[in-house]
Design a protein around this ligand. Sequence first.
Ligand SMILES: [Zn+2]
Length: 268
Amino acid sequence: MPELPEVETVARALRAEVLGRSISEVCVLDPKLAHLAGSALPGKRLLRVERRGKYINCHLSDRRVLQLHLMMSGRLLLRRTSDPADRFARVLIGLDDDRQLRFCDARRFGRAAVLSPARYREFDAGLGPEPLGRSFSSRLLGERLMGRRVALKSALLDQRILAGVGNIYADEALFRARISPLRPAGSLDSPALRRLHRALRHVLRASLALGGTTFGIYANAHGDEGAFQAMLRVFRRTGEPCPRCRTAIKRLLVGGRATHYCPRCQGG
Ligand SMILES: [Zn+2]
């Protein structure tokens, strides 16, 4: 699933291209998104495009927010209206410069909704802090994890605790910080919190710099793939030697999610 760096990459590309444009028409191809056709989107301008957690939020001139979530396999592509059709397109959002935002998704799990200002505030308040945000400190991380007995890996995936981190970057950050994914989330002391805070920001920034991680499906708004998969140290490297100590990387399920770690470096 696209995580913070992948969704941010898509949002940045869109921001650079569609800001100030108006929606000219909405063509729904997937009945699951039929609600978009009746949402009175044509004529509204795109004032801001932002990422929050794993969501892309297009702030409209009538103060509502067109919100998209790519889920497992969604793609948001910016094309000329005359470009050949994209496979698995679910909705085409026409812009006033003869281009189209095409929301494509083979598995049709991706979500799209138009939120009122009140509903958007509710959404925003329900998500944890942004790990790349200015106010995100190791202290704030400690506050978010305080008192939680759930495994640290599961806590990092909980979007109410921290927004935008998913399976890939949780595993990579925990490896970098040399902390076991199984440790109770509320058990980290200050040095461990500082290591985890630094590691989270490092892996997210490094991935963002390379356009994110691509395993088959994710692509940015122009259809280009990310390159961070070559930099992964433990994620999907089960059985390969740990780049630090050469112990074989292990895989186990934590809260039902595949988790990759070095049993030696991440013993504590
Ligand atoms: Zn190791």
